[in-house]
Design a protein around this ligand. Structure first.
Ligand code: KIV
Ligand code: ZN
Length: 509
């Protein structure tokens, strides 16, 4: 049995454009629970108050999966990780230290001996709190194999129950990685008592292939993310690893406990929560992954599915369910549909959602799944205690600059109102917003999508702002695209403040 360690909410969430707030992370965690992943890495508790709270809330809410928090090999990190996960049914502390000479020399300024000592001490310290401790040797794939084995022996002796061999920079290839995992399995004292975990990044497009090679060499845990999101080119995509094991059981002889029929829902939910869409030809979850376009293929599939289909769309949860809601639909139907889409909504949230649903259903004849998602996501995208939009109005006429007046309320309740001007109402709105939030914010990317069909469709705005080279994304939904653009801008500003606080905290330490 291969353990699936999902790091969508930690390594995945760390990547630009994929940040999620507490509500969004909880929704995703619930879906991971439904899929029955073995481990949910819920965040990096020490990195910010927000991360700490997310890990803690997920640890409280989720049952049946192990909940992990990342920590550097430092006592204060391990304290925070434990504080955050201790309430979980089955907690795990995940601590890491680099093992490659490049990282030791330039980043940690440490000798190999010091690193050995620090790694073992961190595991020993974590063990005081928690039975289950994972140790990751960061940049393992570029480390000296003899030293790596020494490091794993030291952490196993200190009580580690999982050793992880990350390809942090996505540098290895399946043949090399296979040999590395095999050597670790054959030569490390005590390795038979622990799980061998792999964690591959996708810089050369080989994260999944490398993970599969590692399984053939004896790895028993794979770290991965939904849709393969993650730092730079991403992490190994969970759905690809899981379906490769299922489809090619003949060569791997291994299974996972994943409920594969939940795969599409997880993929879709993550895309809606982050606004980061997968490409149409993405394996397993792309819109075209099960579409047969060529006539010769269509003919073959009509005759006998297995001619061109190696797995069924149903096995990953793809269905043609086109149920739509309208103004006569009741609260039960709405709740049911949201749950089918992967959203769990409390009674209290349901109250306000239902009102908004009714308003929307009055405006639109048909409320599609995407409209519902936009409603829920619009609610969740608002970072708690961030800046809020109070009011706006706009004036545009032929041959003149547009004017947009915006009033916002800051966290402490202070209201600011500014008039902006520009070539069109959105340009004018952004002019006002940059006067409010600072001219050093640069608009890097901006797009508006129609969530569904028809002239009454909801508009979703997604944009990216940058400050001092750091990028922050925001999204907003409304059937007025000027409002959705203002909301997206404010959402990005709130993300910026949240991540700046998180960064400052890390730098102070
Ligand atoms: O890529 C990496 O090395 C990591 C570790 C912290 C496991 O994410
Ligand atoms: Zn990683």
């Amino acid at each position: 049995m291969i353990r699936i360690f999902d790091t969508t909410l930690r390594d995945g969430e760390q990547s630009p454009g994929c940040s999620m707030n507490l509500q969004e992370k909880l929704q995703m965690a619930r879906q991971l629970e439904r899929m029955k992943v073995d481990v949910i890495e819920a965040g990096f508790a020490i990195s910010s108050q927000g991360d700490f709270e997310s890990v803690h809330e997920i640890a409280k809410a989720i049952k049946g999966c192990q909940i992990a928090s990342l920590s550097r090999a430092l006592e204060k990190d391990i304290d925070a990780a434990w504080e955050a996960v201790r309430v979980a049914e089955n907690p795990l502390i995940h601590t890491f230290l680099a093992s490659s000479d490049i990282h030791l020399k330039y980043k940690l300024k440490m000798t190999r001996e010091q690193a050995l000592e620090r790694a073992a001490a961190a595991v020993k310290y974590a063990k005081k709190y928690c039975n289950e401790v994972e140790f990751s040797a960061e940049d393992a794939s570029r480390s000296d194999i003899d030293f790596l084995i020494q490091m794993f022996e030291a952490v196993i002796a200190a009580g580690a129950t999982i050793v992880n061999i990350p390809d942090t920079v996505g540098y290895t290839d399946p043949f090399e990685y296979y040999e590395m995992i095999k050597a670790i399995k054959e030569r490390t004292k005590g390795i038979e008592k622990v799980h061998i975990s792999v964690h591959c990044h996708n810089d050369l497009g080989m994260a999944v292939a490398n993970s599969m090679a590692a399984i053939r060499a004896g790895a028993t845990q794979v770290e991965c993310t939904v849709n393969g999101i993650g730092e730079r080119a991403g992490n190994a995509a969970m759905e690809e690893v899981v379906m490769a094991l299922k489809t090619r059981k003949d060569i791997y002889g291994q299974e996972t406990g994943i409920v594969t029929t939940e795969i599409m829902r997880a993929s879709h939910l993550l895309q809606s929560l982050t606004g980061v869409k997968v490409q149409p030809h993405k394996a397993i979850v792309g819109a075209n992954a099960f579409a047969h376009e060529a006539g010769i293929h269509q003919h073959g599939v009509l005759m006998e599915k297995t001619t061109y289909e190696i797995m069924t769309p149903e096995s990953v949860g793809l269905s043609d369910n086109l149920m739509v809601l309208g103004k006569h639909s009741g609260k039960h139907a709405l709740k049911d549909r949201l749950e089918q889409l992967g959203y769990f909504v409390s009674e209290e949230e349901m109250q306000s959602l239902f009102e908004r649903f009714k308003n929307l259903a009055d405006e639109k004849k048909t409320v599609y799944d995407q409209d519902l998602e936009a409603l829920v996501i619009g609610d969740m995208a608002n970072v708690v205690e961030g800046v809020e939009l109070v009011d706006y109005s706009t004036a545009t006429s032929e041959g003149k600059d547009s004017k947009t007046i915006i009033k916002v309320k800051s966290k402490d309740g202070a209201e600011t109102e500014i008039v902006g001007s520009g070539k069109g109402p959105i340009d004018a709105a952004f002019d006002a917003l940059s006067a409010i939030f600072g001219q050093d914010l640069k608009l890097e990317d901006f797009s508006i999508y129609s969530v569904t069909r028809g002239k009454d469709a909801l508009g979703e705005t997604k944009l990216v702002l940058s400050k001092n080279g750091h990028k922050f994304s925001g999204k907003g939904v409304s059937n007025d695209i000027i409002k959705s653009s203002i909301l997206a801008y404010i959402n990005a500003v709130n993300h910026l403040e949240y991540f700046t606080e998180r960064q400052q905290k890390l730098e102070e330490e």
